[in-house]
Design a protein around this ligand. Structure first.
Ligand SMILES: NC(=O)c1ccc[n+]([C@@H]2O[C@H](COP(=O)([O-])OP(=O)(O)OC[C@H]3O[C@@H](n4cnc5c(N)ncnc54)[C@H](OP(=O)(O)O)[C@@H]3O)[C@@H](O)[C@H]2O)c1
Length: 282
């Protein structure tokens, strides 16, 4: 049985990827920052219903950027799916936006790639990037009029000090993508890397049990805040349903899916209606 090493399973996107991976009969080794977080996963309805038994186990990795932290835990793994990254939120970010966003995204990704290259059995690495990684976020007016295609990249990446968490997040995603591409070009490992670039992700967050958390964490708050009478600035991104994002991660593991590519995920064109248009780009 093939084993997936998964990061980010305690989050909105990663948990859905986690469920689909188990449904697809993979074994999953999920990295969590603290093992207490695995309790919420084990107590969740979808996991109870699946009852995966020994196909599911957790490893505690407090810091994905720590040198060598991932070397041993990748033993026996076939696929790495790297979803974890800090995203914007109304809570828990602090003042040092560079430390919060850039290191975990860029060094976390490079650390994982380096460790993966020490394991000959790893065939594919899937990384959750974002449309934010290829949009010129220094000029949103222009960006909203720009059609992105498979060759789009941004080289106007915001530099520190960052004035907002959105700015730091976008910079982190762009820098992580560029760093991973450069590393692959230089190192030429035996595995391929697939980058998944969703727009704003909406869909049920099955790990959130407190309604207040819905309004503070994750992208669902962009939808829900106006519903309860609050204000949220409009998002310049397109939208994509959570299930389509999770499916794309699992589809990317199939041998017939080309690697070393970017897959842009958005639903129904720039109006953001409908479900499931996936475009790939090299
Ligand atoms: N939501 C969207 O609209 C959207 C759009 C495009 C791309 N993405 C990408 O999708 C991925 C998941 O996002 P999400 O919406 O699921 O966010 P989320 O619900 O906040 O989940 C984030 C996950 O990453 C982990 N994480 C956060 N900071 C970390 C750090 N410094 N070190 C290690 N792990 C860390 C979290 O672990 P803890 O539980 O321990 O905090 C959690 O498992 C991210 O890479 C994000 O950039 C999301």
């Amino acid at each position: 049985m093939e084993t997936i090493f998964l990061t980010g399973a305690t989050g909105h996107v990663g948990f859905r990827v986690f469920i689909l991976a188990l449904q697809a009969e993979y074994s999953v080794r999920a990295a969590v920052r603290s093992l207490t977080k695995s309790e919420a996963i084990l107590a969740s309805q979808p996991i109870k219903a699946l009852n995966p038994g020994p196909r599911l186990n957790f490893v505690e990795i407090p810091d994905l950027t720590a040198e060598g932290a991932l070397d041993e835990v990748l033993e026996g793994v076939t696929f790495v799916v790297h979803v974890a990254a800090p995203i914007t939120s109304t809570v828990g970010i602090g003042d040092d936006l560079e430390a919060h966003f850039i290191g975990p995204s860029v060094q976390g990704t490079l650390n994982l790639l380096r460790s993966a290259s020490r394991h000959a059995g790893i065939r594919r690495v899937v990384i959750t990037s974002s449309l934010a990684a290829i949009v010129d976020t220094t000029n949103i007016e222009e960006a909203t009029r720009t059609v992105l295609n498979e060759h789009s990249r941004t080289f106007r990446i915001p530099r520190p000090p960052y004035s907002t968490s959105v700015q730091a997040y976008c910079a982190a995603k762009a820098l992580a993508l560029n760093a991973a591409k450069a590393w692959m070009k230089e190192q030429q490992p035996s595995f391929g890397v697939t980058h998944i670039l969703p727009g704003d992700v909406y869909g049920p967050n099955e790990l959130v049990t407190d309604p207040d958390d819905m309004l503070q964490m994750g992208t669902n708050r962009i939808l829900l805040t106006p519903v309860v009478g609050g204000h949220h600035d409009p998002s310049a991104s397109t939208t994509i349903h959570l299930d389509d994002v999770a499916n794309a991660h699992i589809a990317a593991l199939r041998p017939e899916m080309p690697t070393n590519r970017l897959y842009l995920l958005h639903s129904g064109g720039v109006s953001g209606k409908g479900r499931g248009l996936v475009r790939n780009c090299s």
